[in-house]
Design a protein. Structure first.
Length: 278
């Protein structure tokens, strides 16, 4: 009898270990962290974008890590906003688009849920020049889960992704607007409800010099799950002047539904408008 019990416990433990190990490896594969999953860089320029009007918006959604199913709805939503507002929207997932000749035709580049290392060193330098000379950057959701080893990018955005809760994964929470003077928050209610994957950040952006917080998520209105949250002070959208350019970031955007919700679209459209000086 004892031998049967021990055998059962042994096989049960092995099964649990295999199950946990399998989930762990699956998770690593999703974020492309397995040893054989090296970043894929683009070196061949795509077709010339041609003449772009005075309100050019480039949407960049390359992923070398986890890929969000909200990317395609996000691209479609930004293109729809462009038609409504007179923007000339071009979308790409080709890092070779980041060269001085192509970038100078746009006013703002939207990093739509990018992940991992997505640009070569030369492409990074081209984007630095674009921003420093007056271009605009808009980061959406996992744009802060991108380019961890690029010091300039970290300083421009102000911080990087640390973690998020899995249990619960996308809880509804209350967003509180701190500044309604920015185009991304103008006309918004003081608070509104939204369900998302609430990112916690390595550094609280409020403590970073030059960062101006626009909106926070109230941690008392949702379960931070197995994470520590941000300790009660949880910025979720902010701006930063970088050289002569402008940086706008918002952490919302994990779910496809985000790009159908009026307040979310108002927030994103305002961020693009502000960063591009439209």
């Amino acid at each position: 009898m004892l031998r049967k019990v021990l055998r059962f416990l042994l096989f049960g433990s092995l099964a649990i270990a295999l199950l946990v190990g399998g989930f762990f490896l699956y998770g690593l594969s999703l974020v492309r962290k397995l040893p054989w999953q090296s970043p894929v860089f683009d070196t061949e320029r795509p077709a010339d974008p041609g003449t772009i009007g005075p309100k050019g918006v480039l949407v960049f959604s390359k992923t070398n890590g986890f890929r969000h199913e909200s990317i395609e709805p996000g691209v479609a939503a930004i293109k729809a906003l462009g038609k409504q507002r007179g923007w000339q929207v071009v979308s790409t997932e080709n890092g070779a688009f980041f060269n001085d000749d192509y970038l100078k035709r746009f006013k703002v580049v939207v990093w739509l849920s990018t992940t991992g290392d997505v640009l070569t060193s030369d492409q990074e330098k081209a984007f630095e020049r674009f921003i420093e000379r007056g271009g605009g950057y808009v980061g959406i959701h996992s744009a802060c889960d991108t380019e961890y080893d690029w010091t300039w990018y970290d300083r421009a955005v102000g911080t990087h992704f640390r973690d998020h809760s899995l249990f619960p994964h996308t809880p509804e929470a209350v967003l509180r607007v701190e500044d309604k003077q920015n185009a991304s928050t103008a006309g918004m209610p003081d608070s509104w409800k939204h369900a998302d994957e609430w990112y916690n950040f390595k550094t609280n952006p409020r403590k970073v010099s030059g960062i101006h917080v626009l909106m926070n998520v109230d941690e008392s209105t949702y379960n931070v799950g197995e994470t520590k949250g941000m300790g009660g002070d949880h910025p979720i959208s902010w701006t930063h002047d970088v050289g002569q350019g402008r940086m706008f970031y918002t952490a919302i955007g994990h779910t496809p539904e985000t790009f159908q919700q009026p307040l979310s679209l108002q927030h994103l459209a305002g961020g693009i408008t502000w960063a591009g000086r439209f």
